[in-house]
Write a protein that binds this ligand. Structure first.
Ligand code: TXA
Ligand code: MG
Length: 345
């Protein structure tokens, strides 16, 4: 099967022919990678189990992890969902299309494979113009996890998808670099109280304002809320990466040479002038940082470095999703590894 890189690199919508091609492939049970405003997804017809199986195979993803079903709008929501609570309608009206996934009680039509055997389904209406075009033309639900191998950094460009999955997808639609860069916020409305399953660019206060009630953090050990994005090690670079408070990063980098990379906030860069390490700084602005996060991790994970030291951003709400991703990207390499890697001289 051929993988072709359709479209262009400029972030413009793909032309109608490419969308028609993608729709024909999806209807034929093939899998198509496509851009969303958050990250690129690897999509299949949500009602075709064989096609969905191929997503798991190409990603090397365990089957018990549920997938998000993407829809063009809320018109067909009741096809997928057994019960649409008023809170879901409010959040949908306010944040869709956009980077929010709602976990709701699923209808009997939803294949077990999509829901990972749970009684719920994750639904999202994305805002990226290419995703919208594709979903409107396809007229059904597209099940799509992020288009990376399981546990790896999510792709925010078509080239990243190709790097991650090679000829796995039957087509890669190119919609340019993703604008948000951090995966969707996931809220469960399937239980008694609204739960935050995964922080994302839509913050807790904005959600609570619309909900009119408190959004509780999910219990990390609750098996009913299985979400790989919530595993401690996820979105990880292969190079050991350690998260450090600013002062510790500034103090410890003097011991390293150019085989170590530093990722810091712009305001810290001045303190690192003269460092022998490879220094990369990012704007002190959560949306801008989020947009570049995965691309930067991918770039620093290119094999040139033996260690990546990352400055901890502030512990405030606008940074919550980024801190969450950074913690998960670095949890494989403990502080202990870091200490062991310090030169002894
Ligand atoms: O931004 C995003 O959400 C991207 C784009 C492509 O839409 N998709 C994405 O998919 O991040 P994925 O599969 O990498 O992560 C989806 C998360 C998983 O952690 C999954 O377990 C959770 O959503 N999820 C999906 N359905 C669920 C359900 N019924 N109950 C609990 N968690 C669910
Ligand atoms: Mg993923």
């Amino acid at each position: 099967m051929n993988s072709s890189l359709a479209g262009h690199d400029l972030g413009l919508a793909n032309d109608a022919l490419e969308i028609d091609n993608a729709v024909a492939l999806l209807r034929g049970g093939r899998i198509v990678a496509f851009p969303t405003e958050t990250v690129y997804g690897l999509g299949a017809d949500a009602e075709n189990c064989q096609a969905v199986q191929r997503i798991f195979a190409v990603k090397a993803r365990p089957q018990r992890h549920p997938l998000i079903t993407h829809l063009a709008d809320t018109e067909t929501l009741d096809y997928w969902v057994r019960e649409i609570p008023p809170a879901a309608r409010r959040l949908a009206a306010h944040f869709w299309p956009g980077p929010l996934t709602l976990v709701l009680r699923r209808s009997s039509r939803v294949p077990d494979l999509i829901s990972g055997g749970l009684d719920t389904i994750g639904i999202r209406v994305p805002s990226h113009p290419v995703a919208k075009q594709l979903l409107r033309a396809f007229k059904g639900g597209i099940a799509a996890p992020s288009a990376n191998r399981f546990g790896r950094i999510s792709p925010t460009s078509a080239a990243h998808v190709r790097e991650e999955l090679g000829t796995g997808p039957d087509l890669i639609l190119d919609g340019g670099p993703c604008q948000v860069g951090v995966k969707s916020t996931i809220v469960s409305l399937a239980g008694q109280r609204p739960l935050l399953l995964r922080p994302g660019s839509i913050g807790v206060s904005a959600l609570q304002d619309v909900l009119g009630e408190e959004l509780c953090p999910a219990d990390e050990n609750d098996a009913q809320l299985r979400a790989p994005g919530r595993l401690a090690v996820h979105y990880a670079p292969s190079t050991p990466a350690v998260l450090l408070p600013s002062a510790q990063l500034i103090a410890s980098q003097t011991a390293y040479g150019d085989d170590v990379a530093l990722l810091c906030l712009e305001e810290t860069a001045a303190a690192l002038v003269g460092s022998r390490c490879h220094c990369q700084h990012v704007a002190n602005d959560p949306p801008a940082y989020g947009q570049r996060l995965y691309a930067l991790l991918r770039q620093l994970d290119s094999g040139r470095f033996r260690l990546i030291l990352i400055e901890e951003p502030p512990a405030t709400e606008p940074w919550q999703a980024i801190n969450d991703r950074l913690r998960r990207a670095t949890s494989k390499s403990s502080q202990l590894d870091f200490t062991e890697r310090q030169p002894t001289t």
